[in-house]
Design a protein around this ligand. Structure first.
Ligand SMILES: NC(=O)C1=CN([C@@H]2O[C@H](COP(=O)(O)OP(=O)(O)OC[C@H]3O[C@@H](n4cnc5c(N)ncnc54)[C@H](O)[C@@H]3O)[C@@H](O)[C@H]2O)[C@@H](O)CC1
Ligand SMILES: [K+]
Length: 465
C-alpha cells in the first residue's frame, strides 16, 4: 500500500481543473469514470470476499462511479445491489446507470448489506444531506460490517473538513486521484479509519502536501557543539515549561542549548544556564532563539519578548509570547520566524475567521512573514511563500500539558541545526519538528507525560537517519 507521506493535497476546484486538463486532451468523462469505477471495484472486491455489497449512488459523478463499480463487481460474480437518491443528472452518470442495467432500489427502503459503499456525494457536495438521505445513510452504515466511502464520506465538505450533515464512521475512504483537505482536516478526517489514494492517471500537483518522514543526517565528522546548532531558550514566570523546551531542544539534535533567566534547579546538566540580558540573546552563534514557553504575560515577559524581537536571530515564538503580539509587529521584523500557536492562540493573534485551517494558516503566514505551525489534531504548517504541509493525525495522547513546550524546543533545535549548514529553511525545520514530535509520541505509547516525550526523540531521529 502506498503511504500517504508527501502526497499532494488538492481542493475540489484544483481536482476539477486537473480532470478538465485530461478531458481537454481527449479523455471523456465517461472514460475517466470507467477508470474510477474499475479502481473502486478492485478495492471493494479485495475487501468484501463473498459478502453482499450495497452501493449507494447519488445524482452526480460520484454516483456515476458507484454505478460503474456495481456493474464491474456484478460482472466479476460479486453479489451487489444498488440504491439511489433518485435519477442521475450528469450525462456520464446517466450513461453509467444505463450500463448497470439492473434494479435500482429507493434509498429509504433499501435493506442493509454487510458491505456498504457510499457513492452518494463527492467533491460536488454543496450543502448538507437532506434528513431522509442522511438518515438512510446512517441506518445502512450502522448495519454494515464494512463501510467504504468513494472519494469522500458523504456530508464532509471537501476543502475544510467540516461536516455539513451527520457523517457515519467509515472503515476506508478511497480518495480519487489525490487527497483532498478533508481527508486530513478535522472533524472530517476522524470519520474514516483509513484513506487510500486510487491512481486514476490524472496528473496532480499542489503547493500543499502531507507531512513526510524527514531525511536527517548525523553531524559532520568535524562538527563541534557550536557548529551543530545553538539554541537559546528564554525562561519566564513558569520555569518548568522552558526546561521542557530546552531539554527537547537538546534531545532534538542541537549542539548547544542555553537556558536564559530560569529559576528552576531541575535542569539537565548538559543545558547551560545564564542570566537573561540583551547581550546573551544577541550572540551571533545562536541559530534559534525560543521565546514563549512559560514566559507569562507580565511586564518582565513583555520586556523579554521585545528584546528577543529586537535581535536579528532566527526566532521561534510560542505560548504566552503569542498573546503579546500583533501580526503587524511580526511583519515589521526582519529574520526568519516560526510561530507555534494552538487554536486559541491562533484566533487571538490572527482573528477567529471562518475558512479552512489551511487557508487561515496560509493567510497568517503571508500577513506576518512568519512560518506558522498551526497545532492541533490536524497540524498545518505554512510558509510566507505559500508552501503548505499538513500532518496526519498524531497520537491523541499528545493532548497533555507540556507537549507544546516540547514541540517548541524541537522546532528551535531543528531551525538551529538546519541553519548551521545553509540558509535556514523554516518550513523544513518546522516539518522536521512536527514529524519527530508525532513519532516520539507514537513510540511513547499511551498515557505518557511531556517529560517522557523528550526521551523518545533520539529514537525518532534514528528513524530518519
Ligand atoms: N469531474 C470528473 O471528471 C470526474 C469526477 N469523478 C467523481 O465525481 C465526483 C464529483 O462529481 P460531481 O461534481 O458531479 O459531484 P457529486 O457527485 O459530488 O454531486 C454533485 C451533484 O449533487 C448535487 N448536490 C450537491 N449537494 C447536494 C445535497 N446536499 N443534496 C442533494 N444534492 C446535492 C449537485 O447539485 C450535483 O447534481 C468526484 O467526487 C468523483 O467521485 C470521477 O467520476 C472522475 C471523473
Ligand atoms: K461519497
Amino acid at each position: 500500500m502506498m503511504p500517504l507521506d508527501g502526497r499532494p493535497i488538492l481542493t475540489a476546484a484544483a481536482m476539477r481543473a486537473a480532470e478538465e486538463q485530461i478531458i481537454a486532451t481527449g479523455t471523456s468523462v465517461s472514460a475517466l469514470m470507467e477508470r474510477v469505477g474499475a479502481a473502486v471495484a478492485a478495492q471493494v472486491r479485495r475487501l468484501a470476499g463473498d459478502q453482499e455489497v450495497l452501493i449507494l449512488c447519488g445524482p452526480g459523478n460520484n454516483g456515476g462511479d458507484g454505478y460503474v463499480a456495481a456493474r464491474l463487481l456484478a460482472a466479476a460474480g460479486q453479489r451487489v445491489r444498488v440504491a439511489a437518491t433518485g435519477a442521475p443528472r450528469s450525462d456520464a452518470a446517466i450513461a453509467a446507470r444505463h450500463a448497470w442495467g439492473r434494479d435500482v432500489e429507493a434509498l429509504g427502503a433499501a435493506a442493509p448489506a454487510p458491505v456498504l459503499v457510499d457513492a452518494l456525494f463527492g467533491t460536488g457536495l454543496s450543502r448538507g444531506l437532506g434528513t431522509d438521505v442522511a438518515g438512510a445513510l446512517a441506518r445502512l452504515a450502522a448495519a454494515a460490517a464494512l463501510t467504504i466511502a468513494v472519494d469522500l464520506p458523504s456530508g464532509a465538505a471537501t476543502d475544510d473538513g467540516r461536516l455539513l450533515s451527520p457523517v457515519p464512521d467509515y472503515d476506508l475512504t478511497l480518495a480519487l486521484g489525490a487527497l483532498k483537505p478533508s481527508h486530513l482536516l478535522q472533524p472530517a478526517a476522524a470519520r474514516s479509519q483509513r484513506v487510500i489514494v486510487l491512481d486514476i492517471a490524472v496528473p496532480v500537483a499542489s503547493e500543499a502536501s502531507v507531512l513526510a518522514r524527514p531525511r536527517l543526517s548525523a553531524p559532520v565528522v568535524d562538527a563541534h557543539k557550536y557548529s551543530r546548532g545553538m539554541v537559546a531558550v528564554v525562561a519566564g514566570a513558569m520555569p518548568g515549561a522552558s526546561v521542557l523546551a530546552a531539554t527537547a531542544a537538546a534531545r532534538g539534535g542541537a549542539g548547544y542549548v542555553l537556558l536564559l533567566g530560569g529559576a528552576s534547579d531541575r535542569v539537565p546538566h548538559a543545558i547551560v544556564r545564564r542570566r537573561f540580558d540583551a547581550a546573551a540573546i544577541a550572540d551571533k552563534r545562536i541559530g534559534a532563539l525560543l521565546v514563549g514557553p512559560g514566559l507569562g504575560r507580565d511586564e518582565r515577559a513583555r520586556e523579554r519578548l521585545e528584546a528577543a524581537l529586537a535581535t536579528d536571530r532566527p526566532l521561534v515564538i510560542d505560548g504566552d509570547a503569542l498573546r503579546l503580539l500583533t501580526p503587524q509587529k511580526l511583519a515589521a521584523r526582519k529574520g526568519p520566524m516560526i510561530l507555534t500557536p494552538h487554536a486559541g492562540e491562533f484566533d487571538a493573534l490572527f482573528g477567529a475567521d471562518a475558512g479552512s485551517k489551511i487557508d487561515r494558516a496560509r493567510h497568517a503566514a503571508a500577513a506576518s512573514g512568519a512560518t506558522i505551525v498551526f497545532k492541533g489534531p490536524d497540524t498545518v504548517i505554512t510558509a510566507p511563500d505559500g508552501g503548505v504541509v499538513v500532518a496526519l493525525a498524531a497520537s491523541s495522547w499528545l493532548s497533555t500539558a507540556g507537549t507544546g513546550d516540547v514541540l517548541a524546543g524541537l522546532v528551535a533545535a531543528r531551525l538551529a541545526v538546519n541553519g548551521s549548514n545553509a540558509m535556514p529553511d523554516p518550513l523544513a525545520a518546522a516539518a522536521e519538528a512536527v514529524w519527530l514530535h508525532g513519532e516520539a509520541a507514537r513510540r511513547a505509547g499511551p498515557a505518557f507525560i511531556a517529560d517522557d516525550l523528550a526521551r523518545h526523540l533520539p529514537e525518532a531521529i534514528a528513524a530518519c537517519l
